[in-house]
Design a protein around this ligand. Structure first.
Ligand code: NAD
Length: 453
């Protein structure tokens, strides 16, 4: 279902009219394409407070020109046309109290107006120090700052906070956030921390940086259409051999997608008791990336919800995810270095009328991820993360009645729905071999939805 309002505000008369009426002003987002794979401009590297982070090698690998400005440098507004940044990285890891927090304002206030449309602001913070409430207050302040700036900046620009201890371990995360691939990810706080005190994985340059998943096998459930199909395509673009799994009724779509991507199709219902065993039998050489995307809705208010509507949604969206994950970890099908990415939803974070079953199932995914992530990494070398989509333009959302659909589309900082590819790009970043220090995260792909924010 095309977003006609977005097309209207893309024209001069439409922009004039909607502005006069005080209506939302969505900007056309710059998404990744082979013709425009990078942001259109330099990245400005700023610092607030003292920092020992060595960002230079990581920023160099974004492919963007880097301009570094220390706090002591005289700051002018680069809106004079000399260097309009497409991205700003503010290193605030050294912010330890309210005084050093002022450095965040000092660094960003003069430049925020000049950030190019569809630009990126990435704030880097440090983990909260439980022994220092001044440091914790100042670092937590960065979260409120980031989310507030995301809501006011406009123009398709995004603002995210990454908490890190080691710049190298955050390389894949910064490359994602400083690229058009993260077009619909805003207002997020992402922890990139070496789990259990283990050494962070080095961000070694790969043989083919355009195909980080080369030589890896990925299985995507519910991949015959919608978000799952986009995930399969994006993982294949990044070099993975993809297994397209869907129900037997969707066999034709699953096969034609698998053929197009040079992968294979596997038709089975993920709720089958032996689903894990059948997947393992299909992949005797092992699996590197497991994407739990299959999901269903059976909406009814609780007063009208028969037990069958409850159990079918819980079974597809949660119980089958738990069963297959357990089976594939126990059998060793998921190889060390493996990645599990499960699909939650903002309905699981914020709740949604008519979706007690769906909201429960998706909140369950968050619980699964948070609990399993540290153990799966320690025992199997596998990371476990979730994507939580907001309003994504698919068949699922096209079926929502018109006014509710319009509200769903506009109620986020980017004032538009996301596309399946936005969820797919986020999944591909989490699946990247270089994302080993990203574990136990629930990353919303929601344009900073107002729901549950
Ligand atoms: P969709 O209905 O278009 O696609 C879901 C796919 O899963 C279908 O191909 C379906 O056949 C398959 N599937 C369903 N039950 C299955 C089973 N038992 N075994 C195997 N395959 C099964 O949905 P979508 O919009 O692409 O959503 C994909 C995921 O994203 C779901 O988990 C959904 O809950 C989640 N999500 C979607 C949105 C959105 O706005 N579209 C928002 C939040 C979360």
């Amino acid at each position: 279902m095309a977003d006609r309002y977005l097309s209207l505000t893309g024209t001069a008369p439409g922009r004039f009219l909607t502005r006069r009426l005080g209506l939302p002003q969505p900007a056309a987002l710059h998404r990744w394409s082979p013709d425009r794979p990078a942001l259109d401009g330099p990245v400005l590297h700023l610092t607030a407070g003292p920092s020992s982070l060595d960002l230079a090698p990581v920023l160099a690998r974004t492919g963007l020109t880097v301009t570094t400005r220390r706090p002591e440098d005289t700051v002018g507004d680069p809106a004079d046309g000399s260097a309009r940044p497409a991205a700003v990285v503010l290193d605030a890891t050294g912010v330890r109290d309210v005084d050093t927090l002022a450095g965040v304002h000092a660094a960003l206030h003069p430049v925020v107006r000049s950030v190019a449309p569809s630009g990126r602001i990435v704030v880097l913070g440090a983990p909260l120090d439980p022994a220092d409430h001044h440091q914790s207050a100042a670092q937590q302040a960065l979260e409120g700052f980031t989310r507030s700036l995301g809501k006011e900046i406009g123009g398709g620009r995004t603002v995210n906070l990454v908490r890190l201890t080691d710049a190298g371990a955050a390389g894949s995360t910064l490359r994602f956030l400083l690229s058009p691939r993260s077009a619909y990810v805003s207002g997020q706080v992402i922890d990139v921390l070496a789990a259990g005190g283990s050494a962070p994985q080095a961000d070694a340059p790969q043989a083919d940086p355009g195909r980080p998943l080369a030589g890896r096998t990925a299985l995507v459930t519910g991949a015959a259409r919608g978000i799952g199909a986009a995930v399969a395509e994006t993982l294949a673009r990044d070099g993975a051999r993809v297994v397209v799994l869907d129900v037997p009724q969707a066999e034709q779509d699953a096969r034609s997608l698998a053929d197009r991507l040079g992968g294979t199709a596997l038709t089975l219902d993920v709720t089958a008791a032996d689903a894990g065993e059948r997947i393992a039998a299909e992949l005797p050489d092992g699996l590197d990336v497991l994407v739990h995307n299959a999901g269903v809705t059976r909406d009814r208010r609780l007063v009208n919800m028969p037990a069958e509507r409850w159990s079918s949604v819980l079974d597809v969206n949660l119980a089958s995810v738990l069963r297959t994950t357990d089976a594939l970890l126990a059998k060793g099908t998921l190889r060390p270095g493996g990645r599990i990415v499960a699909t939650a939803s903002i309905a699981g974070l914020a709740g949604n009328a008519g979706q007690t079953n769906y909201g429960a199932s998706k909140a369950g995914i968050v619980g699964l991820v948070r609990s399993l992530a540290p153990r799966a990494l320690a025992e199997h070398g596998v990371t476990v993360n979730a994507v939580a989509p907001g309003f994504i333009e698919t068949r699922m959302t096209a079926a929502i009645p018109l006014f509710l659909r319009e509200a769903g589309r506009r109620m986020n900082s980017l004032a538009q729905g996301g596309l399946p590819v936005d969820v797919a790009e986020t999944t591909a970043w989490l699946a990247d071999p270089a994302s080993g220090a990203v574990n136990g995260q629930v990353v919303r792909v929601c344009g900073q939805s107002l729901l549950g924010a």
